[in-house]
Write a protein that binds this ligand. Structure first.
Ligand code: DX5
Ligand code: ZN
Length: 219
């Protein structure tokens, strides 16, 4: 089995030193840089926009994995792509036209991700999966780092794993929220191929990033 991808969430990084933090997690073995974009409307928190993604891009060698927790989505897709997003993930709950949004992300040139909140049924993927490169399972309610993993996410990951396998396509199954060294193995066993982690990577300072990433991989 391929090694699980680790995507540290810079939501838990030092925002005054973001470029340096991105370089540090990549040197420590990160496979992608997870960027949490929040609008204070779709989720109860405000973070960053395309200008910050653009400023980070020269510091990043790995793909920028941009998680949009915003509504509406469509007016901002091209700006995030132009800023350097490699993957753009949206929430189907954020608007009435999920398929149109997936098409717009594809047309921008980015890879297409869809994220499911803990209360969202897997059935939203029924007519979307063929257009996706990544499915992001939220294992906390989005908005904040440092929350506790919701165990019900494991069943959902197993169900989506089967659906992805049935497509025969190489769709990334990423899990986001409350991922720790203690639960990472269970999440990967359930079928995840990528783990987002904020607190578990950044929690103990830069000298621990490599060890923290290795622990998430089971090392
Ligand atoms: C939550 C974000 C997550 C968050 C994860 O809304 O999408 O990416 O930063 O943080 P931890 O790993 O601390 O739960
Ligand atoms: Zn996220």
């Amino acid at each position: 089995m391929a090694q699980v991808l680790i995507a540290p969430s810079i939501l838990s990084a030092d925002f005054a030193r973001l470029g340096e933090e991105v370089r540090a997690i990549e040197a420590a073995g990160a496979d992608m840089v997870h960027v949490d974009v929040m609008d204070g409307h779709f989720v109860p928190n405000l973070t960053i926009g395309p200008m910050v993604v653009k400023a980070l891009k020269p510091h990043a060698k790995t793909p920028l994995d941009v998680h949009l927790m915003i509504a509406p989505v469509d007016p901002y897709i091209q700006a995030f792509r132009d800023a350097g997003a490699a993957i753009i993930t949206f929430h189907p709950e954020a608007g009435p036209h999920a398929h149109r949004t997936a098409q717009a992300i594809r047309a921008s040139g980015a890879k297409v991700g869809a994220s499911l909140n803990p209360g969202t049924s897997v059935s939203v993927l029924d007519d979307l999966l063929d257009d996706l490169d990544l499915v992001l399972v939220m294992s906390v309610n989005p908005g904040f780092g440092g929350q506790k993993f919701i165990d019900g996410a494991l069943r959902k990951i197993e169900t989506i794993r089967k659906r992805i396998d049935a497509t025969g396509r190489d769709i990334i199954l990423e899990v986001d929220g409350g991922v720790t060294a203690a639960n990472a193995a269970r999440i990967v066993s359930a079928g995840a191929t990528a783990l987002v982690a904020g607190t578990a990577v950044f929690g103990d300072g830069p000298e621990m990033y490599a060890a923290n990433i290795a622990k998430l991989r089971g090392g």
